[in-house]
Design a protein around this ligand. Structure first.
Ligand code: C2E
Ligand code: CA
Ligand code: CA
Ligand code: CA
Length: 278
């Protein structure tokens, strides 16, 4: 019954029979999605506010099913995690993003490429070797690759996270803490984590022009980030006013629809060239 019907944008009520059979159909289709090359990556630009240039991108996974169409990540990534498929798909994402990073480097386009890591990938004991091996085999520059991990993940086992992040960092791979501010924020731990970038969750940016508490949080995070010499990216910046506000609070980079939606690599190259022109 799911066939031929456009996939719903949000997960329907979990208790309905239709939702259950749709989830089953998606799960079934996900088992074949990798082999059938139904996944692809889009890249969302990140602009350095001081320089006024695109300095990085975040790779974002997309799944196009032949009949269901484009299924949103909020719908299929939890399923991949439940099915134990996220590590295999995550490995494909890593390789594909590294290949794209190489192409940009060869074209003289200097971009940091962000790659999302799921908790399952991060907690895998062989992860460090696999990431390093992939970067080397593909020929990407480790310093151009930034792994995005969520703070809740890092906090699950802070001691081993610190060790692992330290090894990645010694290999010159960059680390970003994603969705910062919504999880188990602990400044004490943040200070101990060897990271390069904090990504402020879009929940704090959305109402930044109206909600003083959100401004206070963003100001506090940027102050610490500055002290530690980190890049601070505000996510979900959609308007010029939001941009002005986060800039005034000390944010160094923005990512959001104001600069561009997730897009094809060729469009990133065009945007990069446009912005870099003095
Ligand atoms: P995320 O890592 O927090 O990624 C940012 C999300 O915010 C993306 O949603 C992006 O399209 C969206 N976004 C960016 N700018 C704006 C804006 O100005 N306004 C609004 N309303 N939204 C904006 P997307 O692509 O749907 O991805 C959703 C989530 O799926 C990601 O959240 C991430 O947690 C996960 N995800 C995406 N790709 C991957 C991947 O390759 N691996 C893993 N493990 N997870 C991924
Ligand atoms: Ca992310
Ligand atoms: Ca995020
Ligand atoms: Ca998120």
């Amino acid at each position: 019954r799911v066939q031929g019907r456009p996939v719903v944008m949000a997960a329907p009520k979990a208790d309905s029979h239709a939702a259950f059979s749709e989830t089953l159909a998606l799960e079934h289709a996900l088992h074949e999605a990798l082999d059938r090359e139904q996944f692809f990556l889009l890249y969302q630009p990140q602009m350095d506010l001081r320089a006024g240039r695109i300095v990085g991108v975040e790779s974002l996974l997309r799944w196009r099913h032949p009949t269901l169409g484009l299924v949103p990540p909020s719908r299929f990534i939890p399923l991949l995690e439940n099915l134990g498929l996220i590590s295999a798909v995550g490995q494909w994402v890593l390789e594909e993003a590294c290949r794209q990073s190489c192409r940009w480097t060869q074209a003289g386009i200097d971009l940091r490429v962000g790659i999302n890591l799921s908790p399952q990938q991060f907690l895998d004991a062989a992860m460090f070797e696999r990431i390093l091996e992939t970067i080397q085999r593909v020929g990407a520059r480790p310093a151009s690759i930034e792994l995005e991990i969520t703070e809740s993940l890092a906090m699950q086992d802070p001691a081993s996270a610190i060790g692992l992040l330290g090894r990645l960092r010694n290999a010159e791979i960059k680390i970003a803490i994603d969705d910062f501010g919504i999880g188990h924020s602990s400044l004490e731990y943040l200070l101990r984590f060897p990271i390069d970038t904090i990504k402020i969750d879009q929940a704090f940016v959305r109402n930044i022009t109206r909600v003083q508490a959100d401004r206070a949080i963003v100001r506090a995070v940027t102050a610490i980030g500055q002290t530690l010499g980190l890049s601070i990216i505000a996510e979900g910046v959609e308007t010029l006013r939001q941009c002005d506000f986060v800039e005034a609070l000390g944010v160094t980079e923005i990512q959001g629809y104001l600069i561009g939606k997730p897009m094809e690599p060729a469009l990133i190259a065009a945007l990069y060239a446009d912005f870099i022109r003095p």
